[in-house]
Design a protein around this ligand. Structure first.
Ligand code: ATP
Length: 688
């Protein structure tokens, strides 16, 4: 056999290889998995009159006219004819050779969309080939591959076919899935599926192929999801190889805190605490995601988990993504834990050096048993005496690497701390199964008793005066209110300017109210002074940017006005709205919007108006935006699926998840081979 057939990549020059690498093709196996985006049907020939409109088809005819015209712009017009009619071909870009070879009487086979125009039937920029009468047609649908400049479809087709037909191709295509799995999910073989997708026979349904519902596509998507699930499940199981301190439930500190609370935990909080407590008492690191809608009471759960570690003589780190949130946790933990004799430390990026050093010493000496902070917590200088538990709030706002960095802060190299991640952005089951298959998940699916869902009002900007009256009435009745300034994504400076202007403007409108302003650029000290004054009721109306989006908890604030609500995303609106109605009064959230509304803005406002349940909102948000956007760029390290689509392929995902466990238990070698086939050395792909 020709050696080039053995390894088509080995005989390719460096520049071309670099171009292939842009497409993610670095090996022969990558070529096999470089599957078509769509297909073209060149297996059927239509007559000119019989060609359907708005569909790319193959037509053949003899050239009866060819000329270059210059008005209205320079273009090549060529007319072909068959027994049924005449078709004009129009080329806005063309080569001199093309003009020369298109002589009258030449037979052309053209592929493109036919449409009726003023001058009759025409095709713009068809793909053309000079043929002789009776030339054979393609025996398979023509694949169209994702490509990049400098690589033609023909290059890709040729390379892929070479690999498929080579000796090594046979190895790459060997079946890895156990017979029982193929039978259970009625999946075709891997070789059969890839061969088919690269070269589908002419009778295949284009619709089935392009919607990716064809069994061959199902097999590929299943394999991709299986690789993802295997990788995550292995990650999950590897935890068993690590040691963590077994933090048994001793009960004395946790009991003291429970007794001091003015409320009893909800049964949902009790349920998740049992799960967390059980994990903490084992000698392997916990990795649990605690999900709960806004206001469901995650913080007290975190505090009780922290006390279980502290009772065992281990330290706890609590990390939050913003200063405001971290500071608020700090205040809460101070009030809960200091009366129990537990020392709490505070670390933030903007802290004075002296204060920071004092806190660092307390942490390193093990005097401070709990450290609360922002990203500052996982910097190198921070040394713990005996870190047993790491709690990460709003974990999706941290990159995966940041959250992993804290894991290695345990001082004893033989074990790593337990980890509890919290999220108030509910993640629909499809996504959490896919991306968090390496975590255990607990959900607080109940709000504390007596909470009334916030009432949402959609009000057009033209009725601003009514809103102003409402704010005044609420504040005079002893309530507090937020006024949230519009999100201006293009510029923080502009956002700040808007916030300051709104603050000044509202100051003139409400000379009778005490008004505060909080935004991201305020010094931490000032920010926390404003927040404290608001918590204590010294400020009645708080003008804020979206910095208050997460975690702010002032139960007496029951009214919120959000300006330009049409600019905000669903989860942001839900989070903001979650700041009110946290006490016993019903919250009212006024969404001021400005017309005209785009389709998506209208849809978002409808969803937020109709729903209060964060999981439902997240589900609809996912439908609206798709998983990539939904998880956002913040989730750095989010694996991308190339073929499967989590919204349509839920059944396949369930099957892949089940199969991953089955293979790890019964066919570990096949599981390894499968991972190698799909991930190779690209550890970032499909990994969390
Ligand atoms: N079981 C309960 N009964 C009554 N009040 C509770 C209960 N649990 C928590 N709370 C109170 O409810 C409020 C919201 O709790 P918390 O701040 O923990 O919510 P959260 O889940 O962190 O929400 P968010 O993500 O919006 O910050 C707090 O004031 C808290 O003290």
């Amino acid at each position: 056999m020709n050696t080039s057939l053995r390894n088509p990549l080995s005989c390719i020059d460096q520049p071309f290889r670099q171009k292939l690498a842009k497409l993610g093709i670095r090996s022969e196996l990558d070529l096999i998995l470089h599957l078509p985006l769509r297909y073209e049907d060149e297996t059927k020939l239509y007559s000119i009159r019989g060609a359907p409109e708005s569909k790319a088809v193959l037509v053949e005819g003899v050239i009866i006219h060819c000329e270059i015209i210059t008005r209205p712009r320079r273009q090549l017009i060529c007319r072909i004819e068959d027994a049924t009619g005449v078709l004009s071909l129009r080329f806005l870009h063309f080569y001199p050779n093309q003009v020369k070879s298109y002589t009258i009487g030449t037979r052309l086979r053209v592929f493109g969309e036919v449409r009726s125009s003023f001058f009759g039937m025409e095709m713009i920029h068809p793909r053309c080939r000079i043929v002789h009468e009776g030339a054979s047609l393609a025996d398979a649908l023509t694949p169209v591959y994702p490509t990049t400049s400098g690589i033609t479809q023909r290059n890709l087709t040729k390379l892929i076919q070479q690999v498929l037909q080579s000796d090594r191709g046979a190895d790459y295509l060997a079946e890895i899935l156990p017979e029982a799995v193929l039978a259970k999910y009625r999946l075709p073989g891997f070789k059969e599926s890839t061969n088919f997708l690269h070269h589908p026979p002419s009778e295949t349904s284009l619709a089935q192929l392009e919607s990716r519902t064809h069994p061959a596509w199902q097999r590929i998507k299943f394999d991709e999801l299986l690789a993802q699930q295997l990788s995550l499940r292995m990650h999950y199981r590897q935890r068993r190889n690590y040691q963590a301190p077994a933090l048994h439930q001793k009960g004395y500190l946790t009991k003291m805190l429970r007794n001091a609370l003015s409320f009893a935990l909800t049964s949902a909080q009790e349920k998740v605490l049992v799960e967390i407590s059980r994990d903490l008492s084992t000698a392997h690191p916990m990795q649990r995601l605690l999900q709960g809608d806004v206001g469901s009471g995650k913080t007290i759960v975190a505090a009780l988990a922290a006390l279980q570690a502290i009772e065992n003589g281990y330290q706890v780190a609590i990390m939050a993504p913003t200063e405001i949130l971290a500071e608020q946790h700090y205040q809460k933990f101070l009030t809960w834990l200091v009366p129990l004799g537990v020392k709490v430390a505070w670390l933030s990026g903007s802290q004075r050096k002296k204060e920071r050093e004092r806190e660092l010493t307390e942490i390193a000496a093990g005097h401070a048993m709990l450290a609360v902070g922002t990203h500052a917590l996982f910097q190198e200088q921070v040394q713990f005496h005996r870190l047993g538990l790491v709690i990460v709030d709003e974990q999706h706002r941290f990159g995966v690497h940041q959250r992993l960095a804290l894991r290695y802060k345990g001082t004893d190299t033989n074990w790593i701390p337990h980890q509890l991640m919290m999220s108030a952005t509910p993640i629909p089951r499809t996504l959490s199964m896919s991306y968090y298959a390496d975590l255990d998940v607990s959900v607080i699916d109940q709000l504390p008793p007596g909470r009334l869902p916030a009432m949402t009002k959609l009000i057009d900007e033209s009725r601003r005066d009514e809103v102003i009256t409402r704010v005044r009435e609420a504040c005079h009745a002893g309530k507090q209110a937020y006024w949230v300034c519009p999100l201006i994504e293009e510029s923080e400076v502009l956002q700040l300017k808007t916030a300051v202007e709104t603050y000044e403007q509202l100051g003139r409108i409400f000379p009778d109210l005490k008004i505060g302003l909080v935004h991201g650029q305020l010094k931490v000290k000032d920010k926390s002074a404003v927040m404290t004054a608001f918590s204590l009721g010294e400020i009645q109306l708080l003008v804020a940017t979206t910095v208050i989006e997460v975690g702010v908890d002032v139960p007496n604030a029951s009214l919120m006005v959000i300006e330009h609500a049409e600019r905000m995303g669903l989860s942001q609106l839900h989070q903001l709205r979650g700041r009110i109605g946290r006490g016993n009064d019903e919250g009212v959230c006024v969404l001021l919007y400005q017309k005209p509304l785009s389709q998506i803005a209208r849809e978002r406002l409808r969803i937020i108006f109709e729903h209060n349940d964060g999981f439902e909102i997240a589900r609809q948000d996912l439908n609206l935006r798709g998983p990539g956007e939904f998880l956002g760029t913040r989730q750095s390290g989010v694996p991308l699926l190339r073929f499967a689509d989590l919204q349509c392929d839920m059944d396949l995902l369930e099957a892949a998840r089940e199969t991953a466990d089955y293979m790890l238990n019964h066919f570990p070698e096949n599981a390894q081979c499968h991972l190698q086939r799909w991930l190779g050395d690209r550890k970032d792909y499909l990994r969390v």
